[in-house]
Design a protein around this ligand. Structure first.
Ligand code: COA
Length: 334
């Protein structure tokens, strides 16, 4: 084990102002507030409006807040990793744009894609850069403008997703009892048929877009299959991380789960023996922001986290991808 720990030193976040409510969705597709709330736990979601606004527009606001809150000089940042499935462009990548906009002149940066598990995978990657001893400070961002890939005539998906971005500052600390203690990640590419965006990549290239295949350029989900897979895999991997670190539900102060469906979250907490009051929830106001969900939970609950709290992260997403992480929280927020 490296004597260097990657420690979270601060949190930033941003959600757009525009609120899309269930009532508004009732006017757009055949659905109703009761169905959406009881099946998913979602009441409203935020949408990024305005021309020429991509994921970076939200991420930059989150990073600026983080730099200010932690009194960090952007030139001291060694790396910025951005997990997103809705980059502004394919090239240059979103994290490069963010570095430029926030003045992180000495940082290297790249984007990372692992669907809804992306932030957890990026945080693990960043933690390993720090534990290697080569880098001292990094920012890990998770954010998505899901409204750019959602088909607002498809009731199966348009009720689920929202836009938002969050980030954390990671720093190296020697022999610290705090920080990122353990992580586990898994993938299974046989999940392709159940959750995908088939258009826009190299198999169905942008120039092949036409009126007959345009739906393939939006997110597609076979909800029931994804639901069943998510429930077992997210709970299994979180239970595995707890077991490996000799933690019971009593020892865990917070479960920070991916916010895709309240029923999946409840099942995961049950399996871990963690009571509902210890679960960070913001799905009712943001929906599923994909890469944004975990850092936005940090952002909303930062003031309630206490130094020394045992926090378990759990994520599941398209691919399939899934993972869990054990963090010992390093600070009290004032
Ligand atoms: N409003 C009203 N009815 C709807 C609806 C909506 N927005 N969307 C679907 N329905 C209907 C379906 O057409 C279906 O009708 P039918 O029985 O007449 O065919 C019925 O509701 C049940 O659909 P189903 O997909 O089986 O519902 P569900 O209970 O599985 O809930 C999801 C759907 C999407 C909420 C749920 O499957 C889910 O959350 N899946 C996992 C999402 C997830 O974890 N993603 C992780 C990666 S991001």
């Amino acid at each position: 084990m490296s004597p260097i720990r990657a420690v979270i030193k601060g949190v930033g976040g941003y959600v757009p102002e525009y609120i899309l409510t269930n009532q508004e969705l009732e006017k757009m597709v055949e659905t109703n507030d009761e169905w959406i709330t009881s099946r998913t736990g979602i009441k409203e979601r935020r949408l990024l409006k305005g021309d020429d606004q991509g994921t970076s527009a939200m991420a930059v606001k989150a990073v600026r807040e983080l730099l200010e809150k932690t009194n960090t000089n952007p030139e001291d940042i060694d790396f910025i990793l951005c997990s997103t499935i809705t980059p502004d462009f394919l090239c240059p990548v979103t994290s490069n744009l963010i570095c430029d906009m926030v003045g992180a002149k000495n940082a290297f940066s790249f984007d990372l894609m692992a669907a809804c598990s992306g932030f957890l995978f990026a945080l693990s990657t960043g933690a390993n850069f720090i534990e290697s001893g080569r880098y001292k400070k990094g920012i890990i961002i998770g954010g998505d403008k899901m409204s750019s890939i959602v088909n607002y005539t498809d009731r199966n998906t348009c009720i689920l997703f929202g836009d938002g971005a969050g980030c954390v500052l990671l720093e190296a600390e020697e022999n610290s009892p705090y920080g990122i203690i353990d992580m586990a990640m898994k993938t299974d590419g046989s999940g392709l048929p159940y959750l995908n965006i088939r258009g826009g990549g190299s198999r169905l290239a942008p120039q092949e877009y036409n009126k007959d295949n345009h739906e393939k350029y939006f997110i597609y989900q076979e909800g029931a299959t994804v639901f069943k897979t998510a429930v077992t895999r997210m709970a299994d991997i979180a239970a595995h991380i707890m077991e490996r670190n000799n933690l019971t539900g009593e020892d865990v102060q917070w479960l920070v789960p991916h916010q895709a469906n309240k029923r999946i979250i409840d099942a995961t907490a049950d399996r871990m023996g963690v009571s509902a009051s210890k679960v960070t929830l913001n799905i009712e106001k943001y929906g599923n922001t994909t890469n944004g969900t975990l850092p936005l939970c940090f952002w909303d609950f930062e003031k309630q986290f206490k130094k020394g709290d045992n926090i378990i992260l759990a994520a599941f997403g398209g691919g399939f991808t899934w993972g869990s992480m054990y963090i010992k929280w390093a600070y009290d927020s004032h």
